[in-house]
Design a protein around this ligand. Sequence first.
Ligand SMILES: Nc1ncnc2c1ncn2[C@@H]1O[C@H](COP(=O)(O)OP(=O)(O)OP(=O)(O)O)[C@@H](O)[C@H]1O
Length: 753
Amino acid sequence: MEVQGLAPTTTLKENQNVKEAAENELRERLNNQQEKEAEMKELKERLLLMEHRLKQQEQDFRRQRQGNGMEEKTLVDMEEKALRLKKQQKWEMEQTEINDRLIKQHLIFDRQQKEIKELKLALSLTKVGMEDMKSQYLEEFGNLGKQLGTLANAASKYHKVLEENRKLYNQIQDLKGNIRVYCRVRPFLHGQASNMSTISRIDDQNITIASASKNGKDARRNFTFNKVFGPTATQEEIFSDTQPLIQSVLDGYNVCIFAYGQTGSGKTHTMSGPKELNEKTIGVNYRALNDLFYLSEQQIRNSTNKGLSVPDANIVPVRSTAEVIEIMNIGQKNRAVSSTAMNDRSSRSHSCLTIHVQGKELTSGNMLRGCMHLVDLAGSERVDKSEVKGDRLKEAQHINKSLAALGDVIASLAQKSAHVPYRNSKLTQLLQDSLGGQAKTLMFVHMSPEADALSETLSTLKFAERVATVELGAARVNKDNVEVKELKEQIAALKATMTNKGADEPLRTTVFSLDLSRMKPSIVTTNHEEDEIGYPTSNRKPMEEVGNIEIRGDSNRQKQPDNHSEEMLISMESPWPDSYQELGDDDKEASSGEWVDKVVVNNKVDTTSREGDGAQDQNFFQRYINDVRVYPELQLINNAGGKKASLDSHVNQFDFDSDDLENSTSDSSEVELLSQLNVSKIPRGISGGMSKIKKPQANGIKSTDGRNLSNGHVPSPSRKVLNGPNQTTNRTMRQPVSGDGKRSSLRALESKR
Ligand SMILES: Nc1ncnc2c1ncn2[C@@H]1O[C@H](COP(=O)(O)OP(=O)(O)OP(=O)(O)O)[C@@H](O)[C@H]1O
């Protein structure tokens, strides 16, 4: 180291400092040098150590390379192992995943199980709740059922009470003798629009008719009847309320059931049924007969009445409904039926089936006699509507007139007039028994539901209302006790004896009724040959006794009993006979007089005291039945007691002639009905005293085919099936015999008079 040019005094210190600095620097450098050397030394040592390791690694490597073959194998093994390990790892992973999933599923399952448990719990709770509710409901239902039962019970009791009330009401009406009125509404016919009905309401006893009044407002009119049957009522229902009347006939009451109503309103349907008859469709006639026969078989009857009544009646003995139906068929054939604009099968005459029943009370020996008229009236019609002309027009006018006469009678009865104009028409004469004779009378009033029949419907119902107010007096049993009967027999015998001597004027007057002679002279002649006029002299009865309605001044009087009888007869009255047409003017004149246009009902001729009645009767029937086979049996034998019962019936058809009305002796006023019928008031004071009795089948009028109810179709009785005897079919009845015998009888009768 070199020191250069230092200044002598001042620089010493500086030199010193520099020296110190240099020395320090040197020292520092030295220290650094030493540090570096130590570092170097340390690096050298580390390098040596690394070299040593490298050597060792080389040695290892060499050793490893020596055992390389073995290592490769190990490597493959290891690779395989690694692969397996991988697979296993993968599998494990999958398993893990699966496990995870399983665990998850398990968890889900557990959760679901839990939920299911909860649901089950809820369900069981709900079930319990439901059970509770169910039991509550059951309890409530039970209670409701009980309440319903109580209500139903109450309702049925109420209905029973109503029914009893109705029956009581009917009984009261019976006691008062009111005519029962049942109203029946026909259904709309095929092809008719059913939305134009005039009926606004129907219940058991009420019917309300709706119509537009003049000022355009709705007008309603209510009508009350004993019973109202709607359009759906069956024939059976219709008959059910009629049944008690049938028993009444056998109990000795007179019964009349008649059908009234506008043309086409269903009268024939009710009384007979439709054209095709079967057990369901048969009408009141058939059902009543069935019941009658059924009841007569249940009771012990014993009678022999050979009575005969209405003009040209044929008496036919019958033993079963089937036989009566055959007879009714004949009557039906004789009935004039024709097609009009209002009804294609319109009845152009009234039809009446009369059944007489006689019996004996075995305990008392009293005789009971009942009589039942089953009447199907011809319908009232407006001739402008029915568009009839010629003969049909005349018929319609006659029908309307006779119905008007019926209206007059009803009006008089309703007003309790002293005089009732029964004599104004044959119809009212025929029904006199039933309209004034303390009979039990039922009227089926019929109505069509169509709007264009409204005015007829209203007048029909008003008429029916008035009919319902008619009090006939309490119905009486036609019963004669034994003593009275014996006395009457004695009187009859005495009268007969006196008549033989020509000494009994009243009897002669009675017997001389021209109608009697006209009615069935040949019948009488046949049966009782000893009398020159054709009456059994020993058996004549005063008209009071034989039930001639004209003889009875007192309409309250009951028909007198026939003598004790032992047989049961049913007779049929045919329409007016040809013989009447054949009568000469003289004959007609002779047969006119008081009886000329009268209908005689129940004109029974007692034959019990005669010998050989059966033979004579057979003779009689042979004359009137156009069948070689004679109705063989007149007797109904009751097995139990060997007793007998008897029935006796007629079927009548009447053509009403205007002269019938001209002979009127009535003071009656014109009924409301009349105004509906295009019928002028019956002229008074026009006498003539002659009735032009018409043939039943006017020219050009077709007869009905008759209803076909052969035995196989004979309806069973409403109470019980009746096994009628075998019947032959096609039994027909001859028209009443006309001829000289008849005329001579008539003349003889006149001359005797
Ligand atoms: N209740 C009913 N059910 C079904 N059809 C009925 C009923 N009533 C009446 N008819 C039918 O109405 C039509 C007229 O009836 P029906 O001939 O009995 O009348 P009607 O009053 O006797 O007439 P007319 O006075 O002209 O003889 C017939 O075709 C009949 O079959």
